[in-house]
Design a protein around this ligand. Structure first.
Ligand code: TRP
Length: 331
């Protein structure tokens, strides 16, 4: 069975866009692959060296992934910093990672520009840490978005280089995972682009958000002056509201508002009211489950421990063998 690895940065709560993107994919992957999903708390220190609440951020991710359907019995769900082996493989990979290639990575250049007073070595070696995460389980597949493609390319480079330098075929070269047409794009509420893309407060609906707040956000979503003539094409913000409606409402509801739009009788206020109620109906069981899991410290502790144990089995084996390949021997 092929192995999949994916890391999740502990930044922010899950929104509907994450749910229909990454989460749906993870839930499907855990049925078909040997999956390792982990919370990348080491990585978060490259941009947030003194986090307000590191443990709380990690917990939030753990809770939301469990609540939305990641099954810790099927996938190995763990916390990056629970695996000291990752740090060791990262060190070994760094010996063969070159300044020049690391400095050329787009995300490094962007972050160096954004945080000129904290261009730290962790930021520079972000790709070798990510490579360690992936090849420590000898992963074949990594589900990544466009922004992570270059990092995955670096992972292949480091894996290939290790194999060549130590004359071995130890590490497989992982490729990007793609479910193809499976991904539904969830637009944001600010009229353009993806949900969660802009940091703007009102752009995303979070899974754990309370109904009052959801109503307020959706009622504030961007619209236009209405169709100028029957069957007019929809402007992007309107198209976006319809896209959301299609995800959370019944076909009947969608058809009704399409009809209203096409006959120039649409009242965006009504559309948004309906959308808000249907979004709330959709997210309510998820929110309740999130609250329930968050309150169950015992369960969380059991899951984290079990994940760390399963992940360490695989990572300890890899690091032990990598050390032997390089030439470390015990006396
Ligand atoms: N860099 C990834 C991101 O920003 C997170 C990540 C860390 C990751 N290690 C990984 C993703 C290993 C996939 C595999 O989203």
């Amino acid at each position: 069975m092929e192995t999949v690895v994916s890391g999740i940065r502990p930044t922010g709560n899950l929104h509907l866009g994450n749910y229909f993107g990454a989460i749906k994919n993870f839930i499907r992957m855990q049925e078909e692959y040997n999956c390792f999903f982990f919370i990348a708390d080491y990585h978060s220190l490259t941009t947030h060296p003194t986090p307000q609440d590191l443990h709380g951020n990690v917990k939030q991710v753990l809770v939301e992934y469990l609540a939305t359907g990641i099954d810790p019995e099927k996938a190995t769900l763990y916390i990056q910093s629970d695996l000291p082996e990752t740090a060791e493989l990262y060190l070994l990979l760094n010996m063969n990672a070159y300044m020049g290639e690391l400095e050329r990575v787009t995300t490094f250049k962007e972050k160096a520009r954004k945080q000129p007073n904290n261009v730290n070595a962790g930021l520079l070696t972000y790709p070798s840490l990510m490579a360690a995460d992936i090849i420590i389980h000898k992963a074949n597949k990594v589900p990544v978005g466009k922004d992570q493609e270059q990092h995955l390319e670096m992972t292949r480079t480091f894996a290939r280089r290790f194999n060549r330098m130590y004359n071995t075929e130890f590490f497989p070269e992982p490729s990007a995972f793609n479910f193809g047409d499976n991904l539904i794009k969830i637009p944001g509420l600010d009229g353009s682009g993806k949900m969660g893309k802009s940091e703007g407060e009102g752009n995303a609906v979070f899974l754990a958000e309370d109904p009052k707040s959801i109503r307020k956000k959706i009622m504030r979503a961007v619209t236009d002056a209405g169709p100028a003539e029957p069957n007019a094409p929809k402007a992007e913000p309107i198209e976006n509201l319809f896209s959301l409606l299609k995800v959370v409402s019944t076909q009947e509801t969608v058809d009704y508002f399409e009809e209203q739009y096409n006959t120039c009788n649409i009242r965006y206020g009504d559309l948004k009211k309906q959308l808000a109620e249907d979004v709330i109906q959709f997210t309510t069981p998820l929110r309740e489950r999130i609250l329930e899991v968050a309150a169950n410290e015992q369960y969380l502790s059991k899951v984290a421990k079990m994940g760390a144990e399963k992940a360490r089995e695989s990572s300890a084996k890899t690091v032990k063998e990598a050390r032997e390949i390089i030439g470390f021997r015990s006396f």
